[in-house]
Design a protein around this ligand. Sequence first.
Ligand SMILES: C[S@@+](CC[C@H](N)C(=O)[O-])C[C@H]1O[C@@H](n2cnc3c(N)ncnc32)[C@H](O)[C@@H]1O
Length: 275
Amino acid sequence: MSQEKANLVSTSDEVSRLYDRFAAQCAASMFGDSMSLHLGYRDDPDSEVSFSEAADRLTDLMTEKLKIGSGSHVLDVGCGVGGPGVRIARLTGARVTGISVSQEQIAVANSLAESAGLAERVVFQQANAMEMLFPAQSFDAAIALESLPHMPDRGQVLTQIGRALRPGGRLVLTDLFERAPIPAAKQPAVDRLLNNFMSTLVRAEDYPPLLRHAGLWFEEILDISEQTLPTSYVWLQSELETIMFGDEVTGRFDGIDVIIPEVGYLMVVAKRPKR
Ligand SMILES: C[S@@+](CC[C@H](N)C(=O)[O-])C[C@H]1O[C@@H](n2cnc3c(N)ncnc32)[C@H](O)[C@@H]1O
């Protein structure tokens, strides 16, 4: 990686500062109903379902792939303001422990669990996923909904997750990926998106070896760019900058749709082998 590129890579401190900044606004914004900070999934890109409904749809698709039930304990890696974790607990009966580097998000997420009457089963705590302190084999499943793009080292966080999972436990994650080589003219738009907030882009073919090194078996990889990106990018351009930065104009998301189709969105399913 060139020095110039290395400067673009996020650190956990920068990520937590950015997320702290708009944790409280989430409830009052378009994220409102779902309390989810991830892209929406639309089976039909022209569908008029709200951002919140589309965000929940993605959570539900991922939850189905976890294959969990009421006895399960799920680790939510990069839990945001708690919407997905609370939803998973409500729909499956599972216990959920969520972690985020942002203390402000954790405060909002724990109040959400409390007001949903789920505080006994759903707990959020501040922790860095790169250095998890959970005992080995503590969880039956793990979900990482759009948090890996922020992690400076995907191999390290996957190893941490692999260690925390019990044999037979599944990990389902979403990530941004380089679908095709990025032409030089589009590189500035990609750099603006990643700038101090996201890590480097992964390639789909990187996942099987990354998972293998983490002691996980790769089960499925789905390119869900068409169902997530076109409509969400419109929303990012028009809404997210204001929610994140208030009146400060950063231009981070300007012209972001030019990076379709080179930058895609994928869902990965992996499993810790039984032996
Ligand atoms: C795009 S948001 C997604 C939040 C949540 N998964 C959701 O879907 O609503 C990314 C999340 O990853 C968290 N995150 C980023 N880097 C992290 C790290 N090193 N350790 C723990 N959480 C991290 C952020 O604080 C934020 O909560």
